[in-house]
Design a protein around this ligand. Sequence first.
Ligand code: NAG
Ligand code: NAG
Ligand code: NAG
Length: 141
Amino acid sequence: MFSVWKISLLFMASLALTAATIPGKKDRRPLGGWTDVNVTENDSGLQKALEVAIREHNKASNDQFINVVTNVIRARRQIVAGMKYSLNVQIAKTDCRKSDSTPENCTESELSRLSQHKRCRFVVYLVPWLKKEELKQNNCD
Ligand SMILES: *[C@@H]1O[C@H](CO)[C@@H](O)[C@H](O)[C@H]1NC(C)=O
Ligand SMILES: *[C@@H]1O[C@H](CO)[C@@H](O)[C@H](O)[C@H]1NC(C)=O
Ligand SMILES: *[C@@H]1O[C@H](CO)[C@@H](O)[C@H](O)[C@H]1NC(C)=O
């Protein structure tokens, strides 16, 4: 599933423009609250959260095709015992099947045929020292 993440990375570049047009929402909330994560920065925690979110989303869905994150609209994080990420993203179906043995090539080549964009809100809970990677909320329209 790493390849799927690589695909979504490709889209990160386009986020710079998108994010720049969203009016300033750079409020730094106090410790314990939710803090905005700059989605144009290559934040390793955010990357991990997105990777886990789409991986678990794909696992949980009945869809036989793999979905990838195509756009990160907003990301926030909260320091708990570990880290919680609230992700407002757009996802799209590839025509790469979950059963494909070589999804890396499949996703790359079929990317242009992505369709059926959906908006999702994911909440991911990461506790690295316990190797805990949980998708707590998985709401797509
Ligand atoms: C986000 O990061 C980019 C690149 O570092 C920077 O240009 C931009 O001003 C940042 N945006 C906010 C809202 O902090
Ligand atoms: C983003 O960070 C990851 C490691 O966290 C690195 O492998 C990757 O090359 C970085 N990408 C960019 C565009 O800086
Ligand atoms: C992916 O495609 C490249 C070039 O088309 C090929 O060399 C490579 O072996 C493929 N990878 C897999 C895992 O099939």
